[in-house]
Design a binder for this molecule. Structure first.
Ligand code: KG4
Ligand code: ZN
Length: 360
């Protein structure tokens, strides 16, 4: 089964063509025939963050060309496709509309079904693009927009065990970079500065460390970092390095504690050695990865991090999520574009529960 996938929910315009061999037991069922990701980072950098209107217009400008490019790269025409999939939420609504309307138009022209995909389900199933990771596994999804700990029991069966109570971790990295004047996107810059710094110089809080449950929080840490920076200003390069290192150490400490709780729960509920998947842009952070690796290994388990191109936003995971649902015989989602769409629809909203639904 061959799917064209489209991802436009944030600041990447991405298209991919993926095949599911239908093999469910053994072997690797996923084959990527073509994929491309166009980052808009340069368009947004002058504003220090993603500007939704600029993002939506950039998707319009590039999407058709990228679809053509992928079809050419795969050496196929529309007639070869079995379905077209696009992210229909959660995300910036202008961009989501661009991708989902384009996807529906292509599906209609190709006379194949359109499948709406939850962006978070794409991330949740993304490790299975590279290897048939067995269910259940724990997913730590950490990006600029999301920070969640999810137990992935099967395709379509996701339980949120923990979530940030305030900022996403990527957002906290980006804000820290802004305070330290390191540019956008901030995560890689903070990591680079942290390498040469003293992580013990500033005593920053470890949010929720030692508390029951698996929720996370980063707003207090970000404020503490800002206050420490203000107290120390004007900042020398070594001050910036020490602040970045102290921030990163606090993050790693807090996250390790929260994920430790989740791994304990996983061990209680399943007989298996824990499998922990880390996905999302922040999973690229080497200090965080090393800490998670040690944590899971101490419980006899394994840390799985999808290749960088499938860790951050991409369309292969969107095509793949649609294919996995199809092969599992799950019903299609409604095609309505949604800014908010929790992965675990049964879970109570964590914050921002208004008539539009949960923010996190
Ligand atoms: O998954 P992603 O590419 O996009 C979405 O947010 O959906 O994640 C981007 C986020 C940004 O906040 C960026 O600063 C952060 O991931 N990030 C990092 C690192 N690389 C990217 N944070 C910490 N350390 C990194 N090395
Ligand atoms: Zn994402």
């Amino acid at each position: 089964m061959l799917a064209l996938g489209i991802e436009t929910s944030c600041d990447e315009t991405a298209v991919a063509i993926v095949r599911h061999s239908g093999q469910v037991m053994g072997g690797q069922p996923a084959e990527i025939l073509a994929e491309t990701v166009l980052s808009q980072i340069d368009d947004h950098a002058p504003f220090g963050g993603v500007v939704p209107e600029i993002a939506a217009r950039a998707h319009v400008d590039h999407l058709d060309r990228l679809v053509r490019q992928c079809l050419d790269q795969a050496g196929i025409g529309l007639a070869a496709l079995d379905l077209v999939a696009a992210t229909t939420g959660p995300g910036l609504i202008g961009g989501v509309l661009v991708g989902s309307v384009a996807g529906q138009a292509i599906a209609s022209a190709a006379n194949v079904p359109f499948r709406a995909v939850n962006h978070l389900e794409g991330h949740a199933l993304s490790p299975r693009l590279a290897e048939p990771v067995a269910f259940p596994y724990l997913l730590f999804l950490v990006s600029g927009g999301h920070t969640q700990i999810v137990c992935v029991r099967a395709v379509g069966a996701y339980e949120r065990w923990g979530s940030t109570l305030d900022d996403a971790l990527g957002e906290a990295f980006d804000k820290t970079a802004k305070i330290l004047d390191l540019g956008f996107p901030g995560g890689p810059a903070v990591e680079r500065m942290a390498e040469g710094g003293d992580p013990t110089r500033f005593a920053l809080p470890r949010p929720l460390k030692g508390k029951p449950g698996c929720d996370l929080s980063f707003a207090g840490l970000k404020t503490a970092l800002r206050l420490a920076a203000e107290d120390t200003a004007p900042l020398s390069e070594s001050d910036v390095r020490d602040l970045a290192a102290s921030f990163q150490a606090a993050v790693v400490d807090s996250v390790s504690n929260r994920l430790g709780q989740a791994l304990d729960r996983f061990a209680e509920e399943t007989e298996d050695a824990p499998r922990l998947v880390a996905a999302g842009g922040v999973a690229a952070n080497k200090a965080l990865r090393a800490a998670l690796d040690t944590l899971v290994a101490s419980q006899g388990g394994r840390l799985i991090v999808p290749p960088a191109k499938h860790c951050t936003d991409n369309a292969a995971m969107i095509a793949w999520a649609a294919l996995e649902r199809e092969v599992a015989g799950l019903p299609a989602h409604p095609t309505t574009a949604r800014p908010r769409w929790p992965l675990d629809e049964a879970a109570a909203p964590v914050l921002g529960s208004g008539k539009k639904g949960a923010r996190a």
